[in-house]
Design a protein around this ligand. Structure first.
Ligand code: ZN
Length: 204
């Protein structure tokens, strides 16, 4: 399986990192080795100094497709999860400045936290009206609303599938809202969709 991630899909997050608003979705990928195995504690690698959490709604692909039209995209997924796109921000800044690919800062081992639970898509009345959030220790640090996505899920799937065949089990990280910040040892991160706890991880 592969993980396709969307960058810059929420306007306020684009502003906080002083990025340009993209004309097309910004895509990058993480390999399957980026998945943090379930119930494993999270250790940060030592090749960077500043690691950021980015909470993101995750779509799990249910069947293979390519060149999927937006109006049929809903047929290709049934499940919604939540996770963290962990980012070595200082390293990413250096790579960006040099115009180099982001993988070292975004796709390293254990950089993808994925909830072990996924929710049925049909449990939501409107996929563009989902609230999700992240607590760092006892403080809510990120609050997302899918209405604020620059590209909603179905448009993302259509766009992604013009470049990459999507296969059953692939995951799409749909972008992070504002509020990203630093991770430190002993921090506990808890992610919620509509108030329901989706994951809890501790940084070792
Ligand atoms: Zn992200």
């Amino acid at each position: 399986m592969k993980i396709v991630c969307v960058g810059r899909n929420y306007a306020k997050h684009i502003n906080e990192l002083k990025n340009e608003k993209p004309k097309k979705p910004v895509l990058f990928m993480k390999p399957d080795t980026a998945l943090l195995p379930p119930r494993n504690p999270l250790y940060l690698p030592d090749f960077a100094q500043e690691f950021h959490y980015e909470v993101e709604l995750i779509v799990k692909i249910g069947k293979m497709g390519k060149h999927i039209a937006p109006q049929f995209a809903h047929r290709y997924y049934d499940q919604i999860g939540l996770g963290l796109d962990i980012t070595a921000r200082d390293l990413q800044a250096r790579l960006k400045a040099e115009g180099l690919p982001w993988e070292k800062a975004k796709a390293f081992d254990n950089s993808a936290v994925v909830s072990s639970v996924f929710l049925e898509k049909n449990a939501f009345k409107n996929l563009q009206d989902i609230h999700f959030s992240l607590k760092k220790n006892d403080e809510i640090v990120q609050q997302g609303h899918t209405a604020d996505m620059l590209w909603p899920i179905d448009k993302l799937i259509a766009y992604i599938s013009t470049f990459f065949t999507l296969k059953k089990g692939d995951l799409i990280f749909t972008g992070t809202p504002a509020g990203v910040g630093k991770m430190s040892i002993d921090d506990v991160f808890t992610g919620y969709i509509e108030g329901q706890e989706m994951f809890k991880i501790k940084l070792k």
